[in-house]
Design a protein around this ligand. Sequence first.
Ligand SMILES: [Zn+2]
Ligand SMILES: [Zn+2]
Length: 334
Amino acid sequence: MAHDHPLTSVLGDGIVQIRLPMAGNPMRYVNGYLLEDDDGFTLVDCGWKADDVLEALNAGLREHGHTLADVRRLLITHVHFDHYGLAGTLMRAGVPMLAMHPKDWEAAQMHLTDPAAFDREADAWIARNGFSFEGEIEDELHHHRTELTKPTHLLEDGARVGRLGAMWTPGHTPGHLCFVDKVTGKILTGDHVLDPVTPHVGVWRDHRGDPLGAYERSLHAVAACGATGALPAHGEPFADVAGRVDELLAHHRHRERQILAALEVEPTSATGVARALPWRRRGDPFDRLPDMHRQFAVAETIAHLEHLRARGLVHREMDVTPIRYSVVEVPDRV
Ligand SMILES: [Zn+2]
Ligand SMILES: [Zn+2]
């Protein structure tokens, strides 16, 4: 697992960070945060469904003299498999409460009722946007690492659970939640604010609206909440929440300028735009990315294009194959 980090870290004020393994994934681990409350412990996020994750969670609890029976509540920042996959296992083991935002429960049902059909639809949508590939994407793996598990509670924006206050931060997923800890003033950011990773915001199907617009509004909300530090779901805790938010907003503005510049050359598909952009921190060309990364790259590019379109800066033609975007010509002001 995370070789240069211990399994757990005591963060003080009744908070323990448990690094749950993500075998084979470059992010290496997802953090489960254990918070002590008057009536027992709350766990925020639980890792994906695998034996090594359950073992790590049990070992992490044991290091601090606890067992799963002490966990009274499981809160989920969002239903991606690396945060929610193990929830069913933990509920069967006796954890009495599972809570998430209603929009992510909706998303979980949509993704996990028939995962293969959902993936086919996403593939078809990305293909309509100009990128299709030969052969299978080993996406199917994810479905073995999660299961549809019904929450016992749904948390709206502002809901209070013990020492934590839920903050609805849509964008990375429609029902993503951050949690503000009333004891320390720190914010558990899930995958909404990470460092140094740039959280993925993509459009994976039609009629998804403008998730990047929602994401940026959620970033502003987090910057304004006055948190004294971030406890992210991947990587390590950091202090300057507002500073990191500024970096992410600046990154998206820079990306947007690159996208408009690409579209000014000629109207093209989201894939055409993605081909004109540098990718990853090294600035790799699109065609050098693995197939699955290329799908993510196209979904991210669509999110940018839809954010531009929501503001009237870009036009979309749906009746051509692939779907084509162009810059809206703004008449010069006199
Ligand atoms: Zn996620
Ligand atoms: Zn994640």
